[in-house]
Design a protein around this ligand. Structure first.
Ligand SMILES: Cc1cc2nc3c(=O)[nH]c(=O)nc-3n(C[C@H](O)[C@H](O)[C@H](O)COP(=O)(O)O)c2cc1C
Length: 225
């Protein structure tokens, strides 16, 4: 598949068929994804592929617990899990019933998704250059999510659907217990992977134009062709 096509046509897949995802396909995806960039080329990303039904059910239950927290916040018109007590009101939050229903369906069927990838990072490999600033830190994740995005694109290239979520990170102690994560290994994402249920997929993604998100020389000056 052509790279730009893959980038433009890779929605969050929330409905999957029951068909299994074979080891060779997953291995091929990881074998390409591992060429992602990471700070100092430390490659601290570690992924646990979960396919045992009991383990998937346990992970799905933890995810659902956090989804319910998120829903509670959404109902109050408050989203964002900030480190301070001040929760952030987000003007742009889209509480459309359609999206909530799809995500709710996804949460309820997560245990049946063929493969759950628990994407972790070894914290000691990270150089967190914004850790001294008076705001929440975002840099550390940069050395995990490059790999995760490559996995999402690799799935698309194989015809697989995928959905990235980060709710599971809030359940890290339980996840560590279940999967045997060593001390200092953090949970950064859960990626659900399977073959897309054909009738339930989006055909066109909706994203902001370049001019709204990329600037020329100064913040706010649209970058145009
Ligand atoms: C950091 C992050 C967290 C996300 N968490 C969830 C989640 O908990 N549940 C879910 O269904 N989708 C989750 N998503 C997927 C987004 O909702 C999705 O990318 C966005 O709504 C755009 O949808 P589309 O890619 O299908 O167009 C997450 C995406 C990111 C990048």
């Amino acid at each position: 598949m052509e790279l730009y096509d893959a980038m433009r046509t890779n929605p969050s897949c929330r409905y999957f068929t029951d068909d299994p995802v074979d080891d060779a396909t997953l291995h091929r995806i990881f074998d390409h994804a591992r060429f992602a960039s990471s700070g100092g080329n430390r490659q601290g990303w570690r992924t646990v592929v979960v396919r045992e039904p009991a383990m998937k059910a346990a992970i799905a239950a933890l995810h659902a617990r956090q989804w319910n927290v998120y829903l509670e916040h959404a109902r109050e018109g408050v989203v964002g899990f900030q480190t301070s007590d001040e929760k952030t009101k987000m003007d742009t939050y889209d509480p459309s019933q359609h999206r909530l229903t799809r995500t709710d369906d996804f949460t309820n069927s997560l245990a049946n998704v063929p493969a759950l990838l628990v994407c972790c990072v070894e914290l000691w490999t990270l150089a967190v250059t914004d850790s001294e600033l008076d705001r929440q830190s975002i840099v550390g994740g940069g050395s995990l999510y490059t790999f995760v995005q490559n996995v999402l694109l690799g799935c698309r290239n194989e015809g697989l659907g995928s959905a990235l979520t980060t709710l599971l990170a809030a359940e890290e102690p339980e996840v560590a217990e279940l999967l045997g994560l060593p001390e200092g290994v953090a949970v950064g994402a859960l990626v659900a992977v399977g073959w897309p249920e054909p009738d339930k997929q989006y055909t066109k993604l909706s994203r902001k134009p370049v001019e709204e998100v990329v600037f020329s020389e100064r913040y706010g000056v649209p970058f145009g062709p």
